[in-house]
Design a protein around this ligand. Structure first.
Ligand SMILES: Cc1cc2nc3c(=O)[nH]c(=O)nc-3n(C[C@H](O)[C@H](O)[C@H](O)COP(=O)(O)OP(=O)(O)OC[C@H]3O[C@@H](n4cnc5c(N)ncnc54)[C@H](O)[C@@H]3O)c2cc1C
Length: 439
């Protein structure tokens, strides 16, 4: 009799993990607090529930989400299978009939003879056995505290207050300049200078811009350390200029003077392909965030890789606690999957479920666990969330900025993306063949 694999959470990640492990002929126990106990965002008793939008984002090879979809299909994703079967018309996006989408996956799980489903709310991770934690951004009850006990309070986040992240190459360096305040730290920051008129226009826009409707369950308390820019702006027109937009210690080389206000951007990764707007956490609607950037000198044409968000989001400090095979460095029998690992988005959560399911099964086979490299979106995500060089870890979605660039520079953007898409599919096929051979 093979040892069983236990999974807590039958969301997008847990469902993928269960079917992956079961397909390798391991007995799987899949637990969820549903239907007896529901998080404030879940309302269906079905597995793999889409808690908000019914869109799985764009298809096609010219975008990172499209490439991720192809990679997931290679790895036998149930989420992709169900999405294409239960697709509804949505232009260039892959949107689904949410009930049929979840019902299809639930049916596959309940009719799999290797999987037993048990409804149970966990307060802690049991002391023995192989466990995959896939309890999502709203991880309930004592389990949240148990994760803290195992990883350290500094390694578990409760709230996501993130600023927009833009692609480095889309910043206009004719208007922005490299510098650190008072020259301390070299050219660590990109600075976007604003004059008085530009600053006032920006503040006026932020105050009036549409905000995301807060979900009923969200904690309305705002921590001083992660105050959104719209709340700061509403406190008075000068607040931001004395806060994250303060110009002190900075001189614009094009004028030789101190600007009226400055927006600083800090590199998100060593390659400098992604930059976040320092202190610019926001709850503005995504369309408003795009419009807002148009008002900032140097960012008029900036492309957003990840929008700013503010919501309850439990996730571990993966760079500190997880290995590249998604298990705890200190307790390798415990794997993490889904939003809890610090990825963001339906598909990003699902793909880590596929990997955690395969890795957990491989670990029981006593085989070496093959690692994914950054030539695939899946691998770029795993490498990003487990990159020990990243300080200030914040959740990441699929985007071209985390993917390893082409071996030789390709100037044409379209040709570059086509090359990256082709390379990722070759790489994922190689990786998946290695995983299959290992069983
Ligand atoms: C309100 C909200 C809206 C979102 N909207 C979008 C969106 O529109 N698009 C997008 O791409 N992403 C969205 N996300 C982000 C993310 O992609 C989803 O949260 C996604 O569902 C995460 O998948 P998961 O498998 O990690 O967790 P989930 O799908 O949340 O699954 C976790 C499961 O674990 C169970 N569980 C939790 N705690 C316990 C416990 N202690 N014991 C037993 N079971 C437990 C839950 O019942 C649930 O079924 C949203 C997140 C939230 C919170």
């Amino acid at each position: 009799m093979r040892q069983e694999i236990n999974i807590i959470g039958a969301g997008l990640a847990g469902s993928e993990a269960a079917l992956q492990a079961a397909s390798r002929n391991f007995p799987v126990k899949l637990y969820d607090m549903k239907p007896n106990n529901m998080s404030p965002a879940h309302s269906s008793s079905l597995f793999a529930e889409l808690v908000c939008s019914n869109s799985l984002k764009a298809i096609g090879e010219s975008n990172a989400s499209g490439i991720l979809k192809s990679e997931m299909s290679v790895m036998g994703s149930i989420v992709m299978e169900s999405a294409y079967i239960n697709r509804v018309e949505a232009g260039g996006a892959l949107a689904v009939d949410r009930d049929n989408f979840s019902a299809y996956i639930t049916d596959k799980i309940l009719n799999n003879s290797n999987i037993e489903f048990i409804s149970k709310t966990f307060e802690e991770i049991p002391a023995e056995g192989i466990w995959i934690l896939a309890t999502g951004p709203l991880t309930a009850g004592g389990l949240y505290d148990d994760i803290i006990r195992r990883t350290g309070s500094e390694n578990m986040y409760f709230f996501d207050a993130a600023a927009p992240v833009v692609y480095g190459e889309s910043i206009d360096m004719k208007k922005a300049f490299y510098a650190s305040r008072y020259g301390k730290g070299g050219d660590d920051y990109i600075n976007c200078p604003l004059d008085e008129k530009q600053y006032n226009k920006l503040i006026d826009f932020i105050i009036k811009a549409e905000r995301t409707n807060p979900h009923g369950f969200e904690d309305t308390r705002i921590f001083e350390g992660c105050m959104p820019i719209e709340v700061m702006a509403a406190r008075g027109p000068e607040t931001l200029r004395y806060g994250p937009l303060k110009p002190v210690g900075l001189f614009d080389p094009s004028t030789g003077k101190r600007p009226y206000a400055v927006i600083q951007l800090r590199a998100e990764n060593q390659q400098g392909s992604l930059y976040n707007l320092v202190g610019f956490q926001t709850n503005l609607k995504f369309t408003a965030q795009k419009e807002m950037l148009r008002l900032i000198p140097g960012l008029e044409n900036a492309e957003i890789a990840r929008f700013g968000v503010m919501h309850r989001n439990s996730y571990v400090n993966s760079p500190a606690v997880l290995s590249k095979t998604l298990n705890l460095k200190k307790e390798p029998r415990i794997f993490f999957a889904g939003q809890l690992t610090g990825v963001e988005g339906y598909l990003e959560s699902a793909v880590t479920g596929i990997l955690a399911g395969a890795y957990a099964a491989l670990s029981l086979s006593g085989k070496e666990l093959p690692e994914l490299n950054r030539k695939t979106i899946s691998g770029a995500l795993v490498n990003y969330i487990t990159d020990e060089n990243i300080s200030n870890f914040q959740p990441m979605n699929s985007n071209f900025g985390i993917l390893r660039g082409p071996e030789e520079y390709i100037q044409d953007k379209k040709a570059r993306k086509e090359y990256l898409a082709k390379r990722s599919v070759e790489e994922i096929n190689d990786f998946w063949a290695k995983v299959n051979e290992a069983f």
